[in-house]
Design a protein. Sequence first.
Lengths: 267, 434
Amino acid sequence: MAMAAENLMVQNPETSDHKMIARDVSVYYGEAQALKNVDLDIGRNEVTSLIGPSGCGKSTFLRCLNRMNDVIDGCRVVGDITLDGHDIYDTKLDVVQLRARVGMVFQKPNPFPKSIYDNIAYGPRIHGLGEAKSDTDEIVERSLTRAGLWKEVKDRLDKPGTGLSGGQQQRLCIARAIAVNPEVILMDEPCSALDPIATAKIEELIDELRQNFTIVIVTHSMQQAARVSQKTAFFHLGDLVECGDTQQLFTNPNDERTQGYITGRFG
Amino acid sequence: MTEMSASATQIQRPDLSGKRLKRRYAAEARFRLYGLIAVFAALGTLVLLLFSIISNGYTAFAQHHIALEVTFDEAEIDPTGERDPQVLRRANYQGIARSSLRNAFPEVTERRERRALTALMSGSADQTLRELVMANPDVIGTTQRVWVKASDELDSFMKGHISRDVPESDRRIKDRDIVWIDQLIAAGNIESQFNTTFFTAGDSREPEQAGIWGATVGSFLMLFVTLVLSFPIGVLSAIYLEEFAPKNRWTDLIEVNINNLAAVPSIVFGLLGLAVFLNFFGLPRSAPLVGGMVLALMTLPTIIIAARAALKAVPPSIREAALGVGASKLQAVTHHVLPLAMPGILTGTILGAAQALGETAPLLMIGMVAFIVDIPGGFTDSATALPVQIYLWADSPERAFVEKTSAAIMVLLAFLVVMNAVAVLLRKRFERRW
Ligand SMILES: Nc1ncnc2c1ncn2[C@@H]1O[C@H](COP(=O)(O)OP(=O)(O)OP(=O)(O)O)[C@@H](O)[C@H]1O
Ligand SMILES: [Mg+2]
């Protein structure tokens, strides 16, 4: 571990190409090991997509990156993960600040049972962004617009977010995550409940966000991974099988398991 | 799977024959019938219970009064003529009331008979006259028709609780009393009036002067102490145990003990209160403060269990959503989880409070079973509680206390129904879906 840390310190972490670095990460749910010694670099201002068959540990890995696994009883994470060179599992680190910097969109849409407006405004409010009502209004409108939801909900901002359709809820959750302007956004299958048009909108958003954010996205759609991401990581049964440039991984994979998965022979 | 086996195994389709269908319908009809029987059995018992209580108790809300022609003689009430309240208060109203009644029956002369006659009137008749004079001294020197309370026996007789057909030796109202009563009725001098005393007075040895206001005030003072103590403590412990405490052997042990505590017979809490609050800390006996503390101990596990269940029912995805946008654990709980759990917590609390309101046994242990006439004015005054009052009255030999007991039960039930209705309303009002 000491060695790994030294290696990480070679470059200036603030300007290094890698926003987050995972080294030798294993995750256990009780006795069962869900992730096995994963090493993965997440490029700054890049989109990294995680692909792999169901149950291979994509969500588990994603949740390690903002320590969301802390709240699961019996879940244990070993290994090193750094954000800008700082160990995020350091006991001195404040996990609340970490989650403000590393935002998340969950696999299942989980809007607060409050109004659409409050769903978006909650994050900015607790982080002291937009103290004035007009600032909050602006944040809400901008976030909803970017998530492609503004037109549909602008007349019912005071209606509960739980009253939206599944796909609308998912976009609401995306809007909620980007409203606090985190540095890294983790998205767990953000388009799983969306129609092609909304999906295209989200992909556009992801491309646009890349200017200022680092994005990690879990997806089951190979086409989507190919469209939006620069780097792709392929997981299989808890192992990180292969990781590299998206172009290269899809056209010329090194591992035959990757080959098999992307050509649809298993998974 | 090979092609061979796929074609070889016969595909089994669901059996859609009418026989299976009929059996399923029959099972469903049977189940619905059992359900209906169970519901009607439960409703039937409830109706029976309510019917017996109400039919026994509704008469207590009325009280018979006797009209007297009272001559407020100035020489007797205010010999000095100064209308000094001190003097007015001390006048012999008892004598005035008695002579007024006797004047209506000049033929009764024998001493024993005259005493029996005045016994038809409540012992509180003098008070009625005193209040009248104190409120309006101008009546002195005039003759007024005044309604005073009848004795509990006359009242019971008029309400039909004492029958004329029973042999004279077996009833408290004798034949000569009946003659007088019939004369009073004939003269229009007996009337049934609304029994305000029942709702404004404390306890009394005389049924016609007894009321439940003292016990009601005692009960609510106690309930206040109970809620002030048990709601914050219970909710905070539930939040800590459910949201913050690590799951280990110690918290398991605590959880088991809280569940056990909820099953402890209430009288044990009374013994605890006696030993700790009275004997060790020397707090006053019969005080609503101590009663409230004992009931708080008893309600605490109920509230903790209800609050934990309500917190647990909030889906974890809500917590994750809050944590995911960078809320602290405390913010996630206070901004999202607690508001969603509040209806459940309040329902549990109100049900716990209703249980406390109906509790008798622990109060017996700390001396709240005493005979207390005064309305309690504070948390350390001697007081009794509604269920204890019911217990005391149920134990009294006078026939008139039977209806009072049922009436007090009706009042207690009314409070409980109101509290449960509030619980339902709160649940409806705050109900949110996720
Ligand atoms: N809370 C949990 N408790 C126990 N085991 C879990 C838990 N969450 C996930 N697992 C297990 O860990 C493994 C990886 O799960 P994970 O959710 O990361 O899969 P995934 O790659 O996201 O799959 P999917 O594409 O279906 O979402 C699975 O075998 C799963 O059963
Ligand atoms: Mg997943």
